[in-house]
Design a protein around this ligand. Sequence first.
Ligand SMILES: [Zn+2]
Length: 46
Amino acid sequence: MGTYRCFKCGKRVDMDLRYERVRCPFCGYKILVKMRAPTVKTLKAR
Ligand SMILES: [Zn+2]
């Protein structure tokens, strides 16, 4: 699962991009830009 943003309409798209054939569900554009996860740091407790 990942968060992406449509390069054309700019809407946020949450989907699993394991497959190469991906389209924006809103406008049908084929280029999605991966967004960084909102500041979440993983720290290991010792
Ligand atoms: Zn779009």
